[in-house]
Design a protein around this ligand. Structure first.
Ligand SMILES: Nc1ncnc2c1ncn2[C@@H]1O[C@H](COP(=O)(O)OP(=O)(O)OP(=O)(O)O)[C@@H](O)[C@H]1O
Ligand SMILES: [Mg+2]
Length: 236
């Protein structure tokens, strides 16, 4: 595969360390323990599959890693950052400089075009947007969505939205790439191509740390490192 058009990176991939991370939604007897004392270390540039039954805490874990949510207890550090201690401005900067996130439900803005959606990370950052436009174009080509660049995202099929969401997550060349079921809406061949792209882009030097949630054993089997969750606990 051709080498991607590069963008300025935030720096080397960070070490990730989770120590007894818990996340409880709600309080008292009605509280739901989505994660229970989960601990792991991820080396810079390592690639992980996260598996487990529905409701086992996979998305919750990814949201914590993306600083879209905070742990109820325990410590979660990414490089020098303690994710629980960041101010709102620091969280926003962390997400912009460090994280690419593919949401389970895509989170595209349906009234905006495909092109505008891919460039959404640069809202309010016009010079950076300019320098990343070639990479956005390259990524849309790579996911097979260049022809629909001017279409509003709302008219796309689920699989097309998923591929646009992938291009958006990669546009800033993030050192940490978090993907929640990135092939869940794709047929087997398109899903395999999307995973090839994700893993190749993650492996290019300097390697990104990649965390992919999947229900598909074939996709999980591509990863050297596995996190298996059950009822919010790590089982391996
Ligand atoms: N915002 C929330 N408020 C209350 N409960 C929540 C919230 N988010 C998640 N939960 C609960 O936490 C548990 C874990 O949810 P999570 O979304 O992490 O599961 P998952 O493993 O991603 O499941 P799936 O494979 O179905 O996507 C579930 O019981 C869920 O209902
Ligand atoms: Mg989920």
């Amino acid at each position: 595969m051709a080498t991607a058009v590069g963008g300025p990176r935030a720096g080397a991939s960070p070490v990730i360390r989770a120590e007894k991370v818990s996340r409880v939604f709600g309080q008292g007897e009605r509280g739901v323990s989505a994660l229970r004392e989960v601990s792991f270390d991820m080396a810079p540039g390592s690639q992980w599959a996260v598996t487990g039954p529905s409701g086992s805490g996979k998305s919750t874990l990814l949201y914590l890693l993306g600083a879209l949510d905070r742990p109820t207890a325990g410590s979660l550090t990414v490089g020098a950052r303690d994710l629980a201690a960041l101010t709102p401005a620091e969280r926003a900067l962390y997400r912009y400089t460090t994280v690419g996130f593919v949401f389970q439900e895509f989170q595209l803005i349906e009234s905006l075009t495909v092109w505008e959606n891919v460039l959404l990370p640069f809202v309010g950052r016009r010079p950076q947007r300019r320098t990343h436009e070639p990479r956005a174009q390259w990524l849309l080509d790579a996911v097979g969505m260049a022809a629909q660049a001017k279409q509003p995202a709302g008219v796309l099929s689920g699989g097309e939205k998923q591929r646009v969401a992938l291009a958006r997550a990669l546009v800033n060349d993030p050192p940490l790439l978090l993907c929640d079921e990135p092939t869940g809406n794709l047929d087997q061949a398109t899903g395999a191509r999307a995973m090839d792209l994700i893993q190749e882009l993650a492996s290019e030097a300097p390697a990104k740390t990649l965390v992919v949630i999947t229900h598909d054993p074939g996709i999980a089997g591509r990863f050297e490192h596995q996190l298996r969750l059950r009822d919010g606990r790590l089982v391996s």
